[in-house]
Design a protein around this ligand. Structure first.
Ligand code: G4F
Length: 325
């Protein structure tokens, strides 16, 4: 039975990826922080339903020793490195810890694999944030990087580390350049979930307004459940490579807002207030990905489009809020 190691198994992507790999019959191991194991009810809510089927190990991206020991114990066949400080906005507030944790964490896990499990296939969660200051048009695997945040900078370094371990040491290491991907399991700090959760609370009479920043930013939003399949497919190819995973469509935050409110029968203009505190020191104005290489190489295509995604998230939040109050 193939052994899998997932860092960030308790996040949105980690939870969908675990479900997907369990269905394939893999033995799934995950790294989480000790605090999460101590408080599973709150911290492990996304993987509560599969806790008996997976094995959790406590470790930290900041500790090479902890990652080394886990890789030594498991000797995984595949490793998906998803853990990171992934909230772009927060990376401006705490740039040192974002850069240290994200870059060192990736370096530590790659170094441990090189020493202890050099045949392990490695996936790095790279990001469309690396493109940063893009001009109009689609971004593909050859588009230049111009990161606009400490988070984006840390992902460019992780991308380069991954490519260098492939080229210098022959590790089967792939970069998934994933564009924004969402779901009902998205964290509440990200704009999509912030909107859909607020819509549900407003609908139920529990809230009266939603404060947002830049409504004109454009993102290529897909469904996390689709994107984790692409991660696995990358590691099943004959050769390691880098791939863009996206939908090829771009929409403004305002379009997301309008659709989410109207799906719940609400007029967004009555509730949404612009708050400069949510603007970023440097914004990524537009992202739109060209995923044709992934389609050509392993037949991947997104199945959930923008409208379906927004409605799925609003419906899920309405159900959660209704059940809670
Ligand atoms: O939802 P966001 O915070 O996601 P962002 O910054 O695009 O990053 C996400 O996608 C990346 C892939 O491209 C990942 F690598 C990263 O880890 C993360 O998953 O913000 C989306 C847009 C931004 O332009 C932001 O300025 O929404 C705008 N926005 C407007 N008002 C807001 C808000 N974002 C947040 N989080 N909160 C607001 O109130």
């Amino acid at each position: 039975m193939k052994k899998i190691l997932i860092t960030g198994i308790d996040g949105q992507d980690g939870s969908y990826l675990s479900e997907f790999l369990l269905k394939k019959g893999y033995q799934v191991h995950g790294i989480v922080r000790r605090v999460a194991i101590e408080d599973p009810e709150h911290q492990l809510w996304r993987i509560k339903h599969i806790l008996k089927k997976i094995t959790l190990h406590s470790g930290s991206l900041e500790s090479f020793a902890s990652l080394f020991k886990i890789v030594q114990r498991i000797k995984p066949d595949e490793c998906y490195h998803l853990a990171a400080q992934s909230f772009v906005s927060y990376s401006f507030e705490d740039e040192f810890s974002t850069i240290n944790t994200n870059i060192n964490g990736t370096h530590y896990i790659l170094a441990a694999i090189k020493e202890l499990a050099p045949r392990c296939k490695f996936y790095f969660a790279a990001s469309s944030e690396m493109f940063g200051k893009v001009k109009e048009g689609l971004q593909n695997e050859n588009s230049p990087f111009h990161p606009r945040s400490p988070y984006g900078i840390s992902k460019v370094a992780g991308f380069d580390l991954t490519r260098n371990y492939r080229e210098a040491y022959g590790i089967f290491a792939c970069n998934g350049i994933l564009f924004n991907h969402e779901s009902p399991r998205r964290g509440f700090e990200f704009v999509t979930r912030k909107i859909t959760h607020a819509v549900a609370k407003i609908k139920m009479g529990l809230s009266k307004e939603l404060r947002l920043g830049n409504l004109n930013a454009k993102r290529d939003w897909g469904f996390s459940g689709d994107y984790v399949k692409a991660m696995w497919l990358m590691l099943q190819q004959n050769k390691p490579d880098d791939y863009v995973i996206a939908t090829g469509e771009t929409h403004t935050v305002k379009e997301f807002v309008k659709l989410a409110f109207s799906h719940a029968g609400l007029d967004w203009r009555k509730y949404v207030k612009i708050d400069k505190d949510f603007y970023r020191p440097a914004e990524v104005h537009i992202l739109m990905g060209d995923y044709s290489k992934a389609t050509k190489k392993f037949g991947w295509k997104p199945t959930v489009r923008f409208e379906e995604l927004v409605k799925m998230m609003v419906d899920a939040d309405l159900a959660i809020v209704q059940a809670k109050y």
